[in-house]
Unconditional design. Sequence first.
Length: 180
Amino acid sequence: MPIDTELVTKLNALEDTIRADTKTKSLRTALWRSLDFNGNGIVSLAEIDKWVVERYPLLNSKPALMRAYKKTTLKDGNGDDWVQRNEFIKLLRNLFYFNRVFIVFDDIDTDDDRRIDLEEFKTGFEVLNLDADAEKVFAEIDRNGGGFILFNEFCSWFAKNMNVEELLADELEDVDLNEE
């Protein structure tokens, strides 16, 4: 099953819009205030979730949202449970990155149970464009040996081994972006 190029195209367009909305300090401030609606300078996962659902439903993939939040707070931020204003651009970047990774993951997860078994992986392995043995790669990704690849395992492996922009760009290469 090929990656949903229409979804990737819409995600790219939304990212371009948000990049435009963050070019100047005043635009970034307005966008931040739409997220930090109570003005306390920090936002929780619940606030981010509400903001995404209401304002950017295209980014409303809960596994991707959770990974973006955790990377922003624990890796890119200061380790607390809040996203501060100085972490906002990192949060946006992470939301797009993990949504792109989830598009790939979801394409391989054909039964939509949010985990990939070996048969699904072998069938969807071509999406990854790897010259390797699918069973060996599966075992490498399935770090806990549970017989399934979970999204967090996929993300860890993906970050070390793949370039999501290149992978999805390959999928879009033959798509006419002006086509209705």
